[in-house]
Design a protein around this ligand. Structure first.
Ligand code: NAP
Length: 304
């Protein structure tokens, strides 16, 4: 009988089938971008100008070591020459700045990435600003941030730029949509909001002092969560059909059935039942950051 628990008419089955968001496969989108990068790298190498990325790691932070290893591996796979410079945590700020200056002057290097965080005695802003604007493939410098804010071409921060590619991969036009970005960091939230604005979305930025986050999220056709806190967004906060991009990287706590496993800022299960499109964690935004880093490096190398 219709309405009786456990017994579904064909109509309700259809409705239930529709109540699952389409998965945005970041691994597949990143793979396709990396394949394009490999083609571009091969073309440049054939002309005697192999693209080169320098990655500088200071100290022994284990997470940073993993990120750096993944970046070097991605370079190798794409035919981009990588130069890894590893230093003890005791490296002085002056010595690091001298290394950045040397890499700025090295014609084989088209992109420079200094892995964050740096040891406390080194001023990260000073180091980022020391990187030549022509080689700022992380897009973190004031010049790159200013270009983005002014709507000019320049290196775009890799994670939000990757999120834009994921939104574009849905085929849903961004123009005229209401986007809500949760988080306002200089590396993710703010550049994300500016990129969406540049793409003609109407943008709301929420943060820790936002009152009634749910009321804002409920208005959104596009939600980007970049907070670093599990379950910040749940299905009941979403507008049906919304595009949900989950940047967060968190771990399920002790006592959870998936304790210790990676999760995002969005409660995937409840959001999946309401959203139109959704990124999983892992396999959503994560793979895009390195893909966009390589893409920025190729843009730099192609400029000569
Ligand atoms: P962040 O610098 O700590 O910024 C977090 C932002 O979230 C801040 O703007 C903060 O507001 C806001 N926030 C905190 N609590 C909130 C709440 N209850 N409601 C609304 N907003 C709140 O972090 P981030 O570097 O932007 O990174 C965010 C997350 O993305 C982290 O989990 C990080 O690991 C992940 N991430 C992933 C990738 C990737 O490749 N997948 C790359 C980068 C970052 P205030 O400004 O008011 O403090």
């Amino acid at each position: 009988m219709p309405g009786q628990p456990g017994i579904f008419t064909s109509k309700t089955r259809f409705e239930l089938a529709k109540m699952t968001a389409q998965r945005i496969d970041g691994t597949a989108v990143a793979k396709s971008i990396r394949a394009q990068v490999a083609q571009r790298a091969a073309a440049l190498t054939a002309k005697g100008n192999q693209p080169g990325l320098a990655v500088v790691l200071v100290g022994d932070d284990s997470a940073s070591a993993v990120y750096v290893r993944n970046k070097i591996k991605a370079c190798e796979e794409a035919g981009v020459c990588s130069v890894l410079e590893k230093y003890e945590a005791s490296l002085s700020e002056a010595d690091l700045l001298a290394r950045v200056a040397a890499l700025n002057a090295d014609a084989r290097i088209h992109g420079i990435l200094v892995q964050m965080p740096l040891p406390k005695h080194i001023d990260a802003h000073k180091v980022i600003e020391a990187i030549s604007p022509k080689k700022d493939v992380d897009g973190f410098s004031l010049m790159s941030a200013g270009e983005l804010a002014s709507g000019l071409d320049g290196f775009k921060a890799c994670t939000p730029w990757g999120c834009m590619k994921l939104i574009e991969s849905t085929g849903v036009p961004i123009k005229g949509k209401h986007a809500v970005v949760i988080g306002r960091s200089n590396t993710v939230g703010k550049p994300m909001a500016l990129m969406l604005l540049q793409a003609n979305a109407t943008v709301t930025v929420c943060h820790s002092a936002t009152t009634d986050l749910a009321a804002h999220v409920r208005q959104a056709d596009i939600v980007v969560a970049a907070v670093g806190r599990r379950n910040t967004v749940t299905g009941e906060m979403l507008k049906p059909g919304a595009i949900v991009i989950d940047v967060g990287m968190n771990r399920h706590p002790e006592g959870h059935p998936n304790a210790g496993k990676l999760c995002g800022d969005v409660d995937f299960e409840s959001a999946n039942a309401v959203a139109g499109y959704i990124t999983p964690v892992p396999g959503g935004v994560g793979p895009m950051t390195i893909a966009m880093l390589l893409s920025n490096t190729l843009d730099s190398a192609e400029c000569g």
